[in-house]
Each structure stands twice: as C-alpha cells, then as structure tokens.
Write a protein that binds this ligand. Structure first.
Ligand SMILES: Nc1ncnc2c1ncn2[C@@H]1O[C@H](COP(=O)(O)OP(=O)(O)OP(=O)(O)O)[C@@H](O)[C@H]1O
Length: 362
C-alpha cells in the first residue's frame, strides 16, 4: 500500500522514494529482502522521523539515498535530484551521519573541525558557526578525548554542518548515549529543524520520534506502514483508555461491564476502554449511584500505535497491516539482497534483531 504525505506536492518534499527495493545475499547464498517497495515522502524543513523496529531496513534505505549502495528497484529523489544519477549535483547539500565519524582524540574539537573544513573546502569561519549551532562554543578548545559521548555526537553533527547543508540525515544518532546526551542531541535536532533545514532521523525508539519529529514514516519489513504528521497520527488513534477512580471499584466495574465497556483493574482504579465519550462513563456510574473521584482520558501514545502497526512485521515478515485511513507522510546509505519471502508469524519481540546479518549486495 502506498501512503504519501497528505497535500504535499513534489516541490514540498526533500526526499521522495517510490517502490524502493534492496535484497542482500548471505555468504551461504540465502537472499533476504531488506527493503521491499519503500515509499518515503519527507517534507522540506523540520524534523522527520524514520521509525521502525531493528532490522526493518532504515539503514539500508539511508545508504541507498546517499548512493553508498545500489537499489535493486524503485526511484529516489533528493532535493529535486534523481538518485543515484544526479547525486554529484546534490551531495554537497546533504550532511549525514551513518557511522561514527573519526576525530583525532588528542587535539581540540575546534582544531578537528578546522582540519575537516580544510579537507572538504569549507570556509574556516564555518567552524565557529557550527560549534555554536550545536552548543559547543565554550568547549571548542577542549581536547576531543575529554568530551562526553553526547558532546562527541554533537561534534559529529557539527562536522556535517560545515558545508551548510539543506538536508541532514542522522542514522540512530542517540544510540549509546545516556539520558543527558540524548537530551542534547534532541535539542540540537529540534533547533536544526526549526532553523529551516530538513532533518531525517532514523530511530527504533518511539519516544525519540514522538518528542523530536514533526512528521514520521513508520516502516516494518522494509515497507511503509504509515506516514504523516506525528500529531495527526496521534490524534487519529481510536483507542482511548479512561482511568476511573470510585469508592466501590467492584460495583462500578460490574456496572460498566454491563454497559458493554471493557474494564481492566489496576488496584482500586479502573481502566476503561470501548467507550467513545468518557462522559458516558460518569453518566452510567452516577445512574447507579457510583460517584467518580478521578477520571482521566489517556490517549494511546505513538508507541502503542507503532506496536499495533508493526505487529507481525518483525524482521523477515512480509505480512502487511491495515493503515489508518488518514495515513499520510514524509524523508533519508552496506546492505545485502533478497526475494520476497512468505509471511511469517509475528516474532516474540517486535524489536528483535535479525538472526543473520552477514552478506553483501546481491
Ligand atoms: N550487509 C548486509 N548483508 C546482509 N544482510 C544485511 C546487510 N545489512 C543489513 N542486512 C539485513 O537487512 C535487514 C535490514 O537491515 P537494516 O540495517 O537496514 O535495518 P535497520 O532498520 O537499520 O535496523 P537497525 O535499527 O537494527 O539498525 C536486516 O534483516 C539486516 O540483517
């Protein structure tokens, strides 16, 4: 199924892929489809989350977009240029962190950037600017080896900014960081998106996308499951749980069940689903002389939506799941190969790693 960002015209999009496909072949000759018909629409400006379980094809897709590996089929367009044919014309406008960049540990962060700037032909004045962009101006003189992991990652982002790119692509940029480091990177991504750049950030961490991204593409098994504005995807969720506190939870539970609602007990509290309007709960309980002391409607988060969408979409599964009718979307390079595989049962852990990652391009 194809989902595209609602109302977006090609001129509004930083990245467009259609039917993108990549198969890997393992050393034993086994083929596995890493990306199977990915449709990706990334709007210009802002942060776009590229969300999927481990092994769902995010890195492979990004590598194809950056011309690091070949696609088997499909089309890619980055900033209006056909990839890979017109890659040389656009690559200067793209900054990416796909693997950890190497810095010299015993020289300062600033000096590292100066060396890099010289190497890529960026003006020297860009160094001060990018240090400021990632909030490292005050620590620029410090040796790289004294940096925390979060600061190292921010320096990596600063390096991608030297060319003043329009499009930034970060593959799992917060991996391995502690909460403070994650916070730093999120802030940096948000401010880059707010400054008008397009940031594509891949993640298997739902809260990352929920907190940072304006729009999101959710993938499973190398295919687009849903795309859209994060807010729209959340707003469209039907499942609302209402948390209810009453003096007599047993009696209230009975009354609500008789009314066709689903009730799950949480100690003295009741978690109620299966009701369109929470007011219906208070009405029904009051009618039976149960008076509500607490009532909180809790919308399921992106996490619940993601788990619902990707159920049965663990590595290797070809089965699809229905998309929400509103689903729309948008944005992203060493992989292997494969042919379509028959649907398999849902994995015990939707975030489980694939059992085999060996292989090369088919
Ligand atoms: N070089 C390779 N050779 C063979 N198979 C590969 C290779 N690279 C990736 N794969 C397989 O392709 C599938 C997609 O992997 P990919 O790394 O693109 O997913 P991902 O969504 O980025 O996962 P993660 O979040 O774990 O990084 C996986 O099943 C993976 O094992």
């Amino acid at each position: 199924m194809t989902t595209t960002l609602d109302g977006a015209s090609p001129g509004d999009l930083a990245i467009v892929t259609r039917g993108l496909r990549k198969t890997y072949r393992s050393v034993t000759g086994r083929r596995s489809v890493a990306v199977q018909g990915l449709d990706l629409d990334v709007p210009l400006g802002g942060v776009h989350g590229f969300l999927g379980p481990n092994g769902s094809g995010k890195t492979t897709s990004i590598r194809m977009l950056l011309g690091l590996i070949h696609a088997d089929a499909g089309t890619m367009n980055v900033l209006g240029h056909e990839i890979p044919r017109q890659l040389p014309a656009v690559i200067k406008r793209v900054g990416a962190i796909v693997e950890q960049p190497k810095f010299f540990p015993t020289i300062s962060a600033r000096r590292n950037l100066e060396i890099l700037a010289k190497g890529i032909g960026a003006p020297e004045r860009a160094v001060a600017q990018v240090l400021e962009d990632v909030g490292l101006t005050d620590r620029g003189k410090d040796l790289f080896k004294t940096y925390s992991l979060g600061m190292k990652q921010r320096l990596a982002i600063a390096a991608t900014l030297l060319k003043d790119p329009d499009l930034l692509i970060f593959d799992e940029p917060t991996n391995g960081l502690d909460p403070a480091g994650i916070h730093e990177i999120r802030e940096t991504m948000r401010s880059l998106g707010a400054s008008g750049k397009t940031v594509l950030v891949s993640s298997h961490i739902l809260s990352e996308v929920e907190h940072v991204a304006d729009t999101v593409t959710i993938i499973g098994r190398g295919r687009t499951l849903a795309q859209g504005r994060v807010k729209d995807l959340l707003d469209a969720q039907a499942t609302t749980t209402v948390r209810v506190g009453v003096a007599d939870p047993d009696g209230a539970e009975r009354v609500l069940r008789e009314g066709g609602m689903t009730v799950v007990r949480d100690g003295a509290l009741l978690n109620v689903t299966g009701v369109d309007d929470p007011a219906e709960i208070t009405r029904r309980l009051a009618h039976h002389e149960h008076y509500v002391s607490e009532l909180v409607a809790q919308r399921a988060g992106l996490e619940a939506f993601f788990l619902e969408l990707t159920a049965g979409e663990g590595p290797g599964t070809a089965a699809g799941v229905p998309l929400p009718s509103h689903a729309a979307g948008h944005h992203a390079a060493s992989p292997t190969d494969g042919a379509p595989q028959p649907p398999q049962g849902p994995p015990a852990n939707p975030y489980g790693r694939p059992t085999s990652t060996e292989g090369g391009e088919a």
